[in-house]
Design a protein around this ligand. Structure first.
Ligand SMILES: Nc1ncnc2c1ncn2[C@@H]1O[C@H](COP(=O)(O)OP(=O)(O)OP(=O)(O)O)[C@@H](O)[C@H]1O
Ligand SMILES: [Mg+2]
Length: 365
């Protein structure tokens, strides 16, 4: 499937990568970003995210396939003309230069005058809250401070494309959230295209226009955050993004828009057929904890319900998180909002739970 389109700014077409000539760590990857998009690659360790960034940066070459930047094969664009800003997992600052000189460097390469340079350096350092550190050497900074300077250096020349690999990994929660906001604000206001890598799914969901979920060198799903969370297309994505309940069974009836699943426990439920095609298919049914209902008044007539036993109730402030034994599993989670009229379930209580069939997705087993 080729996604080549005229408006693509960054394009991967059937890209494969092998480091050793035997195993493919990136497999037939197709990806196309329009100018100005903020795309995040999210996935387990070793799934090929950094490799994709390195190929896009031109530090690694694709074994097969094409990578294009603004319609031109990346190999044909000399590095200084690529206009790519980068923050890599281990992309060091120049140790012999001060912080300000590190930021000045990409501007001098672009022949910018002194007063323009100073203004841009100040703005970039202020953004990462490092304005007072311009005179220090990298070795005189903490890891998180170095990371912020690397971030400022990647953005200071307002590149068209920025590649960031875990740029906020070493920062505390508050600074991380401030910079998440600053990076997206800056990217959108300047129209910068960003390819961002993170392990943090909240970061991926809150910052991105689209998220590519990687597994073992393949993109399992590429979608805007809400779609990814609410409409996972397979079990891997459902498990990887957000908290998820999984019930396993066999499809016993299927028609457009609804199927019936006989769980391994013998219980029968209705589900949305997403990644099953025929009666007899094994399936993992996925239900988000906040879509589970236990108040009979709020359940639709005819909803299949399941018996559940409350095992644990955890007060989390804004929400209540309750663990249940359901259909033979004892890690079924439900989440309810902490509202004045909300019931606080107690361990040992027997309840009935249900949901709308469309919130219950029958996926691959
Ligand atoms: N230079 C290299 N030589 C050989 N194999 C490599 C090299 N770099 C990465 N790999 C292998 O390629 C695979 C993908 O690695 P990559 O660094 O792209 O993963 P990642 O998704 O960025 O993981 P992480 O989240 O841990 O950073 C891994 O199996 C890794 O061991
Ligand atoms: Mg990596």
């Amino acid at each position: 499937m080729s996604e080549t389109s005229e408006s693509a700014f960054v394009e991967f077409e059937r890209v494969q990568k092998s480091y050793d000539g035997e195993t493919l760590v990136v497999k037939d990857l197709n990806l196309s970003l329009p100018k100005g998009e903020f795309l995040t690659m999210l996935g387990p360790s070793g799934s090929g995210k950094t490799t994709c960034l390195m190929m896009l940066a031109g530090f690694e070459t694709a074994t097969n396939g094409d990578i294009r930047l603004d319609g031109k094969p990346i190999n044909n664009i000399p590095p200084h003309k690529r206009g790519i800003g980068m923050v890599f997992q281990n992309y060091a600052l120049f140790p012999h230069m001060s912080v300000a000189e590190n930021l000045s460097f990409p501007l001098e390469v672009r022949k910018m005058g002194k007063s323009d340079r100073e203004a841009k350096i100040k703005r970039a350092l202020d953004m990462v809250q490092m304005g007072a550190f311009g005179g220090r050497r990298p070795s005189q900074l903490s890891g998180g401070q170095q990371q912020r300077v690397a971030l400022a250096r990647a953005l200071v020349f307002e590149p068209e494309l920025v590649l960031m690999d875990e740029p906020l990994g070493a920062l505390d929660k508050q600074l991380r959230e401030t910079l998440q906001f600053e990076i997206t604000r800056l990217a959108h206001s300047l129209g910068i295209t960003v390819v961002y890598v993170t392990h943090d799914q909240t970061e991926a969901l809150t910052m991105s226009d689209r998220v590519a979920v990687f597994e073992a060198g393949r993109i399992q799903q590429l979608a805007p955050p809400a779609e990814l969370y609410e409409k996972p297309m397979n079990s891997f994505v459902a498990q990887f993004i957000g908290e998820n309940n999984t019930l396993e069974g066999v499809v016993t009836a299927i028609e457009a828009g609804e199927c019936t699943v006989k769980l391994d426990s013998g219980d029968i439920i209705s589900a949305l057929p997403v990644n099953v095609s025929a009666v007899g298919d094994r399936t993992k049914v996925s239900i988000r904890p906040e879509r589970v209902e236990f108040n009979p008044e709020r359940m639709r007539d005819g909803t299949h319900t399941l018996d559940a036993e409350v095992l644990e109730f955890v007060y989390m402030g804004d929400i209540f998180r309750t663990r249940l034994r359901v259909a033979g599993i004892d890690n079924f989670i439900i989440k309810t909002r902490n509202a004045p009229d909300q019931v606080r379930l107690k361990p040992g209580e027997q309840i009935k739970i249900g949901w709308l069939p469309e919130d219950c997705r029958a996926l691959d087993a």
